[in-house]
Ligand binder design. Sequence first.
Ligand SMILES: Cc1cc2nc3c(=O)[nH]c(=O)nc-3n(C[C@H](O)[C@H](O)[C@H](O)COP(=O)(O)OP(=O)(O)OC[C@H]3O[C@@H](n4cnc5c(N)ncnc54)[C@H](O)[C@@H]3O)c2cc1C
Length: 452
Amino acid sequence: MSERLVVIGGDAAGMTAASRARRRRDPDDLDIVAFERGPYTSYSACGIPYLVGDLVSDVDELVARSPEEHRRNGIDVRTGHEVLAIDLNRRQVRVRELGAGAESDEPFDQLVVATGAVPSRPDLPGIDADGIFGVQTLADGVTVRRAVDERAPRRAVVVGGGYIGLEMAEALVRRGLEVALVDRTAQPMAAVLDDDMGALVGDALRAVGVTLYMGESVDGFDTEAGVVRAVRTAHRTLPADLVVLGLGVRPNSGLAERAGIAVGEAGGVVTDARMETSVGGIWAAGDCVESIDRVTGRPIVVALGTHANKQGRVVGINVTGGDARFPGVVGTAASKICAYEVARTGLTERQASEARVDVVAATIESTTRAGYYPGAAPITVKVVAERPGGRIVGAQIVGAEGAAKRIDVLATAIWNHMQVGEVASLDLSYAPPFSPVWDPVLVAARNTANLL
Ligand SMILES: Cc1cc2nc3c(=O)[nH]c(=O)nc-3n(C[C@H](O)[C@H](O)[C@H](O)COP(=O)(O)OP(=O)(O)OC[C@H]3O[C@@H](n4cnc5c(N)ncnc54)[C@H](O)[C@@H]3O)c2cc1C
């Protein structure tokens, strides 16, 4: 009799695991069933801002593999099916077919939990009004796009200044809306950038017409006949035809936790490096898990597609008898906010101080190309290093086209425990169309080393 693998969650982590497992074992040897609550599988949530902003016009472009394609590939994908509970003793999951409401028990030999993240939705007056949208799944993105297309809103308020909120603000500006953004922190992207770098991002948003209200918390929403009309803070009332919430996410680990699978201090499902949970034969991957931060050695939750894909691949190999490992993260991420590319890796100065790591940091301004070469534009690089040894522990970059991917050099240096002095001497490429003769990364590393 063939073995049965059940996957909960049909996006990046879950379907990467399922597809990899399918490639390694034939359908007559391994039966694979994937349950997905929504209508889409293997979609790019990362593309939602570009769908809303009309850089991408067709939602199908954001679907890497549809349910039909997965089925043709020998994976029994069941969309519109929500897993309600995991029964570890009976090795079965309770599933509800959302349209019909019918429930059934589905047995498994091995189980993959890939339930993603839950967007934060604080219990504020009026939060459930029509016109207030979250953006987590592709279906959410389609709903926001439809609201912009069909309701012709004039004024939007984005609540939350993380990268998703900022990308959505830019998208709404592109669609011709008047956009305001509210966040209780002093500068945008405060969870991942220091304030000096976040201030540059704020400038880029203001330059395209976004009005920022930083240092203000949302108290509630004014509604009329169930429809949102305004966003209230302690200082003002901002009229709104459409509101987007970008208040961050937490791991969607409740289903696993209720079943008795260990959840850690950061709120995610705990796994070992092979992505196996505290229960043998139950695996987890993606936004619902904790990863090891290679800089601090502590568990951390980083909700990024890059990790979801890699972890899903590790699971797909291990559930089929292989031996793959996920080695942890250093927190590398990039985003494009209006005129700027924004990237970061490792610890900010603020995070270093919270983790009680004694650091020095230097920030330099340079250009993306040789100053005389057409298209040379500003880039700011900040490097953070541990004192007194000089180990590089973090970096942030904000700049014009060509800036963001420079972070990968610094991420590699952090991964390999390099000293800033060594980074300053790296043999990096140079030609005028790509960088000044001293690449900004080298200059920032050298200036940081000089502070030690
Ligand atoms: C707007 C936006 C922009 C982003 N941009 C980037 C980016 O530029 N770079 C980057 O690396 N990452 C980005 N991300 C993050 C990235 O999309 C996620 O990290 C990635 O999708 C996580 O994959 P996952 O499979 O773990 O979870 P998800 O993609 O959230 O998939 C989980 C799936 O599980 C389903 N599910 C949950 N519970 C159940 C249940 N009980 N039963 C059945 N189905 C269930 C959900 O419907 C969902 O489809 C972005 C995210 C958003 C929202």
